[in-house]
Design a binder for this molecule. Structure first.
Ligand code: GMT
Length: 379
């Protein structure tokens, strides 16, 4: 198959999922064309079946705002035609689904029906997409996708409720490729003598990174420990100032964006995720696959991967006292920690990449067959 993938290439879960998916599809022998405004940040392998097409957003003195969506439509039309693509897979609805809708209409006039799948990831549904001026277009383009998938059951329900979508929505969870992890390094993990906590995100307000610092501050009062803050975004400075204010700045490393997080995960004991809303929590899944239990807020889809009291603890959003006391309980109890760590590894295997990518492949096949029969009927 020749598959076009559109995603945000920046430091975010949807871009990571899209990149990993493209990588696996190419390993399975498919031709993958990434159509993005810059190289996706984890797209660093030179596989001969992976192609990258840059969306160039033209500037013109009359425009106060860059016309990304228009440039994307034109690039989609061009890439589909030149590479004879079979299907488009859009990650994150805004504005990718509406751009694909327009590209499909333009291509139809040229005699080609290009089916497209929209995968909804999170804030496109829970936060940004529901803004009054976006909602009609987001709802319309979701409804008019050839197929819609969400990364969790939670997000599927949110989509139906927020946008009154009647079209069938398929849940295809996020996934993790655990084949590269050396099992001997993570089995029966025990906590480091100076425990290491970790948080990975894009430091947007929805992540409540101040809560991460506050939880760490409470844990630090009970034991010597450190915190690695990986990622960057609008709330990084707020988090750094709070750490200073609470007197824990020296115990925290703000590491910024890191492409390769394997070494950090191998050295960490506990993952903190304090989001106000989290449709899935891919970073938590990545941590679990390394045997790291998760302390999380009760924010949406996280319960679909973390079992409260087995592979982590889930506390109400903003309840930093409970999160800290659960963290301390885990870090101080060797047997409990080991059991949580092993459960985390076991549960992460439910999201095995090879199994989940097959669901996407099955859907691609189905849509391509339908598109072909449309073309044949027209002839
Ligand atoms: O906030 C992020 O982590 C980025 C955001 C995105 O769309 O790029 O992530 C969303 O998609 C991830 C991959 O499917 C999910 O794991 C995250 O839970 C989701 N983020 C939110 O819902 C806040």
């Amino acid at each position: 198959m020749r598959i076009g993938i559109v995603c945000y290439p920046t430091y975010g879960g949807s871009g990571v999922v899209a990149t990993e998916l493209g990588h696996i599809l190419s390993m399975l022998g498919h031709e993958v064309h990434f159509i993005t405004y810059s190289q996706p940040f984890r797209l660093n392998d030179a596989h001969k079946k992976i192609f990258y097409h840059e969306i160039v957003v033209n500037e013109y003195p009359l425009f106060d705002f860059p016309l990304y969506e228009s440039a994307l439509i034109g690039t989609l039309v061009d890439v589909v035609l030149k590479n004879n693509l079979d299907i488009l897979h859009l990650h994150y609805a805004i504005p990718h689904a509406s751009a694909a809708y327009m590209a499909r209409a333009i291509l139809q006039k040229k005699g080609k029906y290009i089916p497209f799948i929209t995968t909804l990831h999170g804030t496109d549904i829970t936060l940004v997409g529901i803004k009054k001026n976006f909602l009609p277009l987001v709802a319309f383009s979701i409804e008019n996708s050839d197929a819609i998938t969400t990364v969790s059951h939670y997000l599927k329900n949110k989509t139906i409720n927020n946008f009154a979508i009647e079209k069938e929505i398929m849940v295809i969870s996020n996934f993790i490729d655990t084949s590269k992890i050396d099992a001997s390094l993570i089995k029966n993990k025990s906590v480091h003598s100076c425990p290491r906590l970790i948080h990975i995100s894009n430091f947007r307000p929805v992540k409540r990174v101040e809560d991460v610092i506050k939880v760490f501050h409470l844990v630090r009062q009970k034991m010597t420990c450190t915190l690695s803050m990986i990622g960057d975004g609008p709330d990084r400075l707020v988090a750094e100032s709070l750490a200073e204010e609470l007197g824990v700045r020296d115990d925290i490393q703000f590491l910024g964006k890191q492409t390769d997080i394997v070494d950090f995960l191998l050295k960490s004991d506990l993952f903190l995720l304090t989001s106000a809303s989290e449709s899935f929590g891919l970073s938590a899944l990545e941590a679990m696959s390394f045997g790291i239990p998760v302390i999380s807020s009760d924010s949406g889809g996280i319960k679909e991967l973390v079992t409260n009291g087995e592979s982590g603890f889930i506390c109400p959003v903003g309840d930093i006292t409970s999160m800290a006391s659960k963290a301390i309980e885990l870090l101080q109890n060797k047997e409990l920690y080991q059991s949580f760590s092993n459960h985390a590894i076991m549960q992460s295997k439910n999201f095995d990449a090879m199994k989940i990518v097959q669901s996407y492949l099955h859907l691609y096949h189905q849509l391509i067959t339908e598109a072909n029969s449309r073309t044949i009927n027209r002839k």
